[in-house]
Design a protein around this ligand. Structure first.
Ligand code: K7E
Ligand code: CUA
Length: 765
């Protein structure tokens, strides 16, 4: 075999394609043998069959999980439970270059509080954007409990675009929950605090500490939250907890529950009983009901004043306008979940064994009749429990959250203390089934389970403790997400998935075909602002310029397998701003960029332009390279930043290669290239003799291969020009580059050929 054919076949072997999978008959065993060997039952096999996804298979649903203390969002498929992505939100994440490139640093900077960088988040509740109460697959919102903030993730590219800081709160929990047309995203506070940033003694808790619920206005056209049009309700210093938005008949209203309506302030060191004792004395706490629709009208009419630069509705105004009511709810409640048709609201008390079902019709009637049992210390009318309650159902000890089934009236409630899921009927008020899980369950998620049309099918139980479910990995355990089949009358446990990245609180799951993510960006794209980058650079237009402020701007490009420029020269003390545009049009051809000693690490997806700005304050040699194994010559995708000492004068500008090339070397390389071309031609022949145009994946590969072949042609011309001048050094090197482009072409061609073979393409000629 000559050199080129050997290289191509090595390439084929390396890619694991084209040669046919080697069979291994001796290791084959029957299903019975495998079951015996691994101790599996028929039930296990059935569960496996329901979750196993063959190679190349896709999931029916995508789950978006909060990443808890990681400040991220975790995306996994259901029913396979395979993790697909971590989306960086409040925390720098090097794989995505998040918090390392200037563009994403600008997003994180939006989340600064009082000028302080906050480089983590405690994410709790993701929520999809909705149209008429259905998930529309366009945006995901997620809150940060620790530093009251809300983030917007665009599902077009699964990137975080915006972070807003709540101007009033110092802690939150009841977000993100969206109204049925994504008019607003709810965010409710948790631990009461003064709205001001001043010191206020705890002795003034009742008078000066406050809770709140903010309705963040979402601008659907821009895909961003609009703080200018958002507003906040002042609430009593009860510890507000979860929220949910009304829909159908309860459209226009929001629900937020609370614990510690005792307003206990703790103080073990002052000889007082701890918070946990003082916050669990009363038998009931308060569900808050807020009318956001009417509030929005008041804001639009200019009747709401601003405080700290944002609209704030004081309690007395809210009461006067009929925007705010309270209803007693079971002791220390947690979840509040509105039914898909918007007629009922289910609240569970952590220290009670009942789930409480409220009737929206009854609540509305009480409001209309002004039928109140009294007022709270802040003058907010209280609707009597008996006037609002539809029923109470004993579901188990420590009920937390509720999800809705596709079947009418059927719900699933997580039972924390009993480590159980209870399936029950909230219309009839009876328990239907119970399933033990391992172990303490927090939230649970049914497919599209908080939309107006839940799908049922699967339920995932988000367990706080994994204890003995997985191989031990030290004192810090992963969390355990358990997949449950809810298609039948009885729930069936299918699978345990360890989740080792923070404590996920809530998960939302969407039908996968509602998502239409892009495979590449428009050329020269700033993905964080979703606009063309001023640093977009085209092939052949790479340059280095010093701007009027003395900043050295490097306008560079990356494409298989080189970074342009390959040599960057600056002077000690210069501020350097490197802008790189990925010229690839191909799917999945991401390049990375890592630079020694400057904490620079970029991810440059096809089409994207990203920047890294730093001060080159030490003279020296700083190698850089591509961090993604993007092609056979990936390791050669490298360069040098040379930081010259001040006043440095070069002794010579002549570069000396380690190897000298002759005419014979040139001819040998050309021969290799011509042989390679023959291989390419045969692959091209195969592709064009089949109906490849019927396969968009192959059409994309062919386009990419055509690009690469175009580059090969340019390199070929250069090598011939140098050869004609008798410069065989440059002629040989350019012939080598010509061959590099051919190898990339062949790689793509073979990928296309394999795809056609595997997908039963037909011959057309
Ligand atoms: Cu962990 Cu919704 Cu924040 Cu319940 S929350 S468990
Ligand atoms: Cu680009 Cu490796």
């Amino acid at each position: 075999m000559n050199k080129s054919l050997k290289s191509i076949s090595a390439l084929v072997m390396g890619l694991g394609i084209g040669m046919g999978a080697a069979s291994n008959a001796s290791a084959q065993s029957s299903l019975e043998e495998v079951m015996k060997e691994r101790g599996l039952t028929q039930k296990d096999l059935l569960a496996a069959a329901k979750t196993y996804t063959p190679t190349g298979g896709r999931d029916e649903y995508l789950a978006f999980s909060s990443g808890g203390q990681s400040g991220q969002v975790i995306v996994y498929g259901v029913p396979s439970m395979r993790i697909l992505k971590y989306i960086a939100v409040f925390t720098p994440e090097p794989w995505q270059g998040y918090g390392f490139d200037d563009e994403s640093k600008a997003v994180l900077a939006q989340g600064r509080i009082n000028g302080e960088d906050i480089t983590y988040g405690d994410t709790h509740h993701p929520a999809f954007s909705e149209t008429e109460g259905e998930y529309n697959g366009r945006y995901l919102f997620i809150n940060d409990k620790a530093n009251p903030r809300m983030a917007v993730i665009d599902l077009h590219d699964f990137e975080t675009k915006q972070i807003v800081v709540n101007p009033f709160m110092k802690s939150e929990h009841g977000g993100a929950f969206v109204t049925p047309n994504t008019e607003y995203v709810m965010e409710a506070s948790q631990y009461a605090a003064p709205f001001s940033d001043d010191f206020v003694p705890l002795e003034e808790f009742n008078e000066k500490y406050r809770g709140a619920v903010t309705y963040w206005k979402f601008d659907d056209k821009k895909g961003r939250l609009d703080p200018e049009k958002s507003f906040t309700f002042e609430l009593p210093p009860y510890s507000q907890d979860l929220s949910d938005a009304g829909k159908g008949p309860s459209m226009g209203w929001g629900f937020t529950n609370s614990f510690c309506s005792e307003r206990y302030v703790g103080g073990i060191e002052r000889g007082r009983p701890p918070f946990e004792a003082g916050c669990s004395q009363k038998d009931t706490d308060f569900l808050h009901i807020t009318n956001w629709k009417k509030a929005a009208e008041l804001v639009a009419a200019g009747k709401v004043k601003k405080s700290k630069g944002a609209y704030m509705i004081p309690m007395d105004q809210a009461v006067k306008e009929g925007l705010l009511y309270l209803i007693p709810e079971p002791k220390s409640p947690h979840g509040v979940d509105v039914s898909p048709d918007g007629t009922h609201i289910i609240v569970s008390g952590k220290l009670d064994s009942h789930a409480w079902v409220y009737s929206w019709e009854k609540i509305q009637k009480a409001i209309k009749d002004k039928n109140f049992e009294g007022k709270d210390p802040y003058g907010i009318p209280i609707i009597a429990m008996k006037d609002a309650l539809h029923t109470q159902v004993q579901v188990g000890l420590g009920p937390l959250h509720t999800q809705y089934d596709a079947k009418k009236c059927v719900v699933y409630t997580s039972i924390y203390v009993d480590s159980m899921v209870t399936k029950w009927d909230y219309c009839e008020g009876k328990v239907l089934d119970q399933l033990h899980i391992h172990y303490n369950i927090g939230h649970l998620v049914a497919m599209e389970g908080d939309s107006v049309s839940p799908d049922g099918k699967y339920l995932v139980s988000l367990n706080k403790l994994a204890i003995d479910r997985f191989n031990p990995v030290g004192p810090l355990h992963p969390q355990n997400h358990q997949l449950i089949d809810i298609s039948g009358d009885k729930m069936q446990l299918l699978y345990d998935m360890p989740l080792p990245l923070g404590e996920p609180h809530y998960v939302v799951a969407i039908k996968a075909d509602k998502l239409k993510p892009a495979v590449r960006y428009k050329s020269g794209w700033n993905s964080r602002t979703d606009s063309k980058s001023p640093y977009k650079t085209r092939a052949g237009r790479e340059k280095v310029v010093k701007d009027e402020n003395g900043v050295v701007h490097v306008y560079g490009t990356v494409i298989r397998s080189h970074i342009t420029p390959e040599i960057i020269e600056v002077e000690e003390g210069d501020t350097v701003s490197i802008h790189l545009t990925n010229l690839e049009r191909a799917e999945d051809e991401t390049h990375g960029f890592a630079l020694y000693n400057e904490n620079v690490n970029l991810s440059i997806e096809p089409g994207k332009t990203v920047s890294a700005t730093f001060k080159a304050d030490k003279a020296g040699v700083f190698p850089y390279y591509c961090t993604e194994f993007c092609s056979a010559l990936h390791l050669e995708m490298q360069g040098y930043l040379l930081v010259k000492p001040k006043g440095y004068v070069a002794k010579t500008t002549q570069m000396v290669e380690g190897t000298k090339y002759t005419e014979a070397d040139y001819k040998k390389q050309v021969k290799t290239n011509l042989d390679t071309q023959a291989v390419i031609d045969s692959v091209v022949g195969f592709i064009t003799s089949h109906n490849y145009k019927d396969f968009p994946e192959v059409v994309a590969l062919v386009e990419d291969a055509t690009d690469q072949l175009g580059f090969a042609e340019e390199a070929k011309k250069k090598s011939e020009t140098f050869a004609a001048k008798g410069d065989f050094q440059n002629a040989t090197l350019w012939a080598g580059q010509w061959w590099q482009y051919q190898v990339k072409t062949a790689d793509l061609g073979l990928r296309a050929k394999t795809f056609l073979e595997e997908h039963g393409a037909k011959k057309v000629k």
